[in-house]
Ligand binder design. Structure first.
Ligand SMILES: Cc1cc2nc3c(=O)[nH]c(=O)nc-3n(C[C@H](O)[C@H](O)[C@H](O)COP(=O)(O)OP(=O)(O)OC[C@H]3O[C@@H](n4cnc5c(N)ncnc54)[C@H](O)[C@@H]3O)c2cc1C
Length: 267
């Protein structure tokens, strides 16, 4: 039994009508196999120069497939030039992100179009989000700290003196804090629950991963296609999703091991 990997030949079709699995490649090469594992990837980072062509030959066989949509992706917000001048390329460190899907601690990076970062990748969706800029301090403690200064300073100046806010937090409060930051109570409220609006996800070409691909209903437990015995599909080309941070790669590699074990057992 031999094992072959194909990295530099683009597969353009497969056929099992004569028993063996015949792979055809775009450079005219054809080859027969006893078993094949396809790991052709998801839709993220697809470009005009490198289009994803495998869905065409899978769907032409009537295999069910869900179109790819972005996952683990940044979101756009309506920043202003004045805010970006102070905050672009900088991180909101150790914040607590929340929206109707849940809450998560982490860092967010301000980009020219919006926000990137693990909490957004995990929970992002269009709509309202809230950022707790000081998740380790209660409202009461914040109010005490802000009130402790004897000098006659505005709430924002007090915050700058006693709260050790980062550049992005300061810029958010200054440029988007509105009327709230005029009073100590209002300032504390927005520090604990700063409201922002996610307008849209960045495109598939910029996503870390994608949802969509070959439907689970086409696969048996070993990840072989039910209609094509010994033809396995694994990794991001199958319709599943996971958060980034190692989980995607882990899932892909685990599926590879799972398929390989079943292939060996089958043959
Ligand atoms: C910028 C970026 C950062 C990421 N960071 C992380 C991270 O920190 N942690 C994490 O867990 N995941 C991360 N990921 C996601 C992770 O890399 C993917 O989930 C994983 O690589 C998918 O593995 P795969 O084998 O399914 O597909 P891929 O790694 O995409 O491999 C598919 C391969 O198939 C080839 N191919 C496609 N069509 C054909 C064809 N017709 N014939 C022959 N070959 C073909 C492609 O050229 C490609 O080489 C990141 C992804 C990106 C883009």
């Amino acid at each position: 039994m031999g094992l072959q990997f194909f990295f530099n030949h683009e597969c353009s079709d497969f056929d099992q009508s004569s028993g063996a699995i015949q792979l055809s490649f775009r450079d005219q090469l054809t080859q027969n196999f006893d078993a094949v594992g396809f790991a052709l990837g998801g839709g993220s980072w697809e470009t005009e120069e490198i289009p994803l062509r495998w869905p065409t030959f899978f769907t032409s066989k009537g295999l069910q497939w869900r179109p790819f949509v972005p996952s683990n992706v940044g979101y756009e917000l309506a920043w202003t030039p004045a805010f970006l001048k102070e905050a672009e390329g900088k991180a909101l460190k150790n914040i607590k992100f929340s929206n109707r899907r849940g809450e998560q601690r982490g860092d967010l990076m301000v980009t020219s179009y919006g926000l990137e970062g693990t909490p957004i990748y995990s929970l992002g969706e269009i709509g309202s989000i809230f950022i707790d800029l000081k998740p380790d301090l209660s409202e009461q403690v914040l109010l005490q700290k802000l009130s402790s200064l004897q000098e006659n300073l505005s709430p924002l100046r007090r915050a700058n003196k006693v709260l050790r806010l980062g550049a992005v937090a300061k810029a958010l409060l200054f440029h988007f804090g509105g009327e709230a930051v005029q009073s100590l109570g209002g300032l504390v409220a927005v520090i604990k629950k700063f409201p922002l609006e996610l307008l849209r996800a960045r495109p598939l070409t910029e996503a870390i991963s994608s949802k969509g691909g070959i439907c689970w209903t086409e696969l048996d437990e070993s990840l072989a296609l039910k209609q094509y015995p010994h033809v396995y599909c694994l990794g991001e080309m199958v319709n599943w999703d996971a958060p980034t941070g190692g989980f995607l790669i882990q899932a892909c590699v685990s599926q590879g091991v799972w398929c390989a074990q079943h292939m060996l057992a089958d043959l």
